[in-house]
Design a protein around this ligand. Structure first.
Ligand code: PIN
Length: 503
């Protein structure tokens, strides 16, 4: 998962991009980059770390121009080289800057063609570079010296044809303008906003609406599946939808956890969706678990707070923020390994004993992925002398890998994979474990944005909307994951960053 932003303005844009990226920092803390364009020259600054690690007044001052693109990268196992920090650049044709969020599912097939047929070179193992080269090749083949919207749309249609998967892209072409597009299913989010009117109008494209809000841009619309926006150098906005576009199926996990609660995605306030997730869970508890003698509702911070408050209200129970988060340990440098991971959870969240002692506690989390966090927290809660520990999750169990750009563990690392709910409860040490039903989760979002009825729910039900995910693909992914994890474990067995930042 990554965050992207593009600004087409009428004055220097670097600080606007920086501010907007800061609102997207939750989408990636591993690397950050900004590229701007001034008189057909690109200026690019990028590096590993948070925005505050990468940018200072000196390099910000080098980012000249009224048009620019920014990127924050999520840590992906085995990929933390600065060469893979974005935006990317190719000099031909025209000069293209490219920022991408998502993942391609047919990379190996395209890579062969890029070398053998298109005769283009790739210098990283990033699928973003693959996509950039597909776009560059398509634009070169059009052969237009001054490409017009018809050339841009045809080129992106070719990208849509060749690149399978979930993605959102913002690109800048020297002397031509800014291009943004979303995959054919609208899996990864992308919003378009405006500031000012007429000749003064400025435009921003971003992963989430909070980025627009920060800099005073009004949300115009979420890009439709397969939609392409092209802003030419005169500031005229051209829109087009690739004919292969499918019905919109945004990634449901954006609403559960990835996106900020103050964002509105595909017409749905993420905050209201999370409240509704709490409502649905409370209804389920009333329906099926009314016999549980719950004394207190405690969220596992931070995301689950919104749902937990709603559950407490609906069940008429006290809500207590009894796991206190230390906000300064997010990026500690520690040794990896299970023992260290456990220690890092305890460093991050500390219990208030009096809330737990002798109580029947309902812990609320947004999701259970690897299960390491919840397991450790349950152990902590037992140590405080709790009488019963019940757990509920605002999302159903995560049983399948994500192939559309969320860095999720392989199947073998997913605690719910191959376990039923009883086995899971036992494994994590809970007396009872209650999961949101998938239909309720979808409904929680549809209730906020009635037009939104279909989602990418593959991590919960194994249905991959792009239709190209085979068992063989998942097995290869699993092998790669395990190799990378092993490699990462080897490389980081010295001193390294705390990897528990992963989902
Ligand atoms: C944490 C949100 N949330 C907590 C992310 C952990 C799964 N994990 C998904 C639970 S916060 S695990 O809101 O960002 O603080 O199951 O893989 O251990």
């Amino acid at each position: 998962m990554c965050g992207i932003v593009g600004v087409f303005g009428h004055s220097a844009v670097s600080s606007v991009i920086y501010e907007s990226l800061s609102m997207l920092q939750h989408r990636g803390q591993d690397a950050a980059g900004i590229a701007t364009c001034f008189e057909d020259r690109f200026y690019l600054e990028k590096g590993n770390g948070l925005l505050t690690d990468v940018f200072d007044p000196e390099n910000m001052a080098r980012l000249l121009g009224d048009m620019g693109v920014g990127h924050v990268r999520y840590p992906t196992a085995g990929c933390s080289s600065v060469a893979e920090a974005q935006p990317f650049y190719v000099n031909s044709p025209y000069g293209i800057i490219f920022a991408h969020n998502g993942n391609l599912t047919n990379v190996s097939e395209i890579v062969d063609n890029i070398f053998q047929r298109d005769m283009r070179h790739l210098n990283t193992s990033s699928d973003s570079e693959v996509m950039l080269n597909v776009l560059a090749h398509a634009m070169a083949r059009r052969g237009a010296v001054k490409p017009k919207e018809i050339d841009i749309f045809a080129s992106v249609e070719e990208v849509h044809r060749r690149c399978k998967g979930g993605y959102a892209v913002i690109a800048m072409v020297a002397g031509v303008g800014m291009i943004a597009f979303r995959d054919l299913y609208g899996i990864r989010p992308l919003v378009f906003g405006t500031r000012g009117h007429g000749k003064d109008a400025e435009y921003m494209i971003a992963s989430e609406s909070v980025a627009l809000q920060m800099s005073g841009f009004d949300l115009d619309h979420d890009l439709a599946p397969g939609e392409v926006i092209f802003i030419d150098m005169a500031g005229t906005v051209h829109r087009h939808v690739s004919p292969q576009a499918h019905e919109k199926t945004p990634c449901i996990f954006e609403f559960v956890y990835l996106a900020r609660p103050d964002s509105v995605l595909d017409g749905a306030s993420v905050y209201q969706c999370r409240i509704n997730m709490g409502t649905k869970l409370a209804e389920k508890i009333k329906r099926e678990w009314a016999h549980l003698p719950i004394d207190v509702v405690v969220p596992i911070p931070s995301t689950s707070r919104i749902a937990a408050q709603e559950i407490a209200t609906r069940l008429n129970l006290p809500y207590r923020d009894a796991l206190v988060r230390n906000r300064y340990v997010g990026r500690t440098f520690i040794m990896p390994g299970q023992a260290q991971r456990r220690q890092s959870i305890r460093r991050k969240l500390n219990p208030i004993p009096s809330v737990f002692k002798g109580k029947n506690v309902l812990l609320v989390d947004d999701s259970i992925v690897r299960g390491t966090t919840i397991k450790e927290i349950i152990a902590m809660v037992w140590e405080q002398g709790a009488n019963k520990v019940y757990v509920c999750s605002a999302a159903p169990p995560v049983r399948f890998p994500n192939v559309y750009g969320i860095d999720m563990p392989a199947r073998s690392e997913l605690i719910a994979s191959g376990r039923n709910v009883q086995e899971l409860a036992k494994e994590i040490g809970a007396d009872e474990l209650i999961f949101q039903d998938l239909e309720d989760l979808k409904q929680a979002i549809s209730d906020v944005s009635p037009g939104l009825t279909h989602f990418d729910t593959a991590i919960f039900d194994g249905v991959y909307v792009t239709g190209d995910i085979t068992e063989e693909y998942l097995n290869t992914l699993e092998r790669k994951r395990n190799d990378t994890a092993k490699h990462t474990e080897d490389v980081t067995s010295h001193i390294t960053r705390n990897l528990t930042a992963h989902i």
